[in-house]
Design a binder for this molecule. Sequence first.
Ligand code: ZN
Length: 225
Amino acid sequence: MLVTKHTLAASSAHATPYYLVRGTKPGPVIMITSGVHGNETASMAAAQKLANDCMAGRRHVVRGLLIIIPRVNQKAHRNKNRGKPDLNRTFPRHISDKAKHPLASAVFRLARQYGPAWWLDLHEANGLSQRSSRVLGQTLITNPGSKAVPVCKRIIGRMNRSIPIRDRHFNLKQHELPGSARTAAARLLQSRSVTVETCWSLNRSDRIKYQTEIVHHFLREAGLF
Ligand SMILES: [Zn+2]
């Protein structure tokens, strides 16, 4: 396993680190982004922990390539807000379209370079989807009809069997969101793209744990672990 650290959008106000974790055997490319919204801190902590664990040799990617951008929107994170404009509405909508923000453009250029089979975009949201179908907390979201759906259903099953509090169970949503990283990845790169949403009114350590477990399930499903 070879882990290298790089800078995305270097020499700009949006400069942010990313990591390439290469297994020794060939395999799929998985991209993980978090902090597209700067105030969703548990997802950023989970992604940074995964990068740190790989750097320190505590986690091993056996095959394929894992790309991690733990804190996409550094400026929003420093300002402790979601970010203005909402970066997750600025990704390209069509093949001939350009990203409407230099940071989304840099993220998507990196994605185009590696053509990820999977893209996990880690977020946090209001509410518990188990209590109300109108909220996004504790959900996995794909584009409608995504090839990722069967894997998402398996992972939700495993997560929910391990979560004794029923209100915290995860649900699957299928939703097209033009301008989002998920929908751009699905439409333009044919990635199996999934948004992971924990509920940010739960305590932080539980949210980091859920995010970490979900990511590990995907990495195992894709054969990287
Ligand atoms: Zn978000």
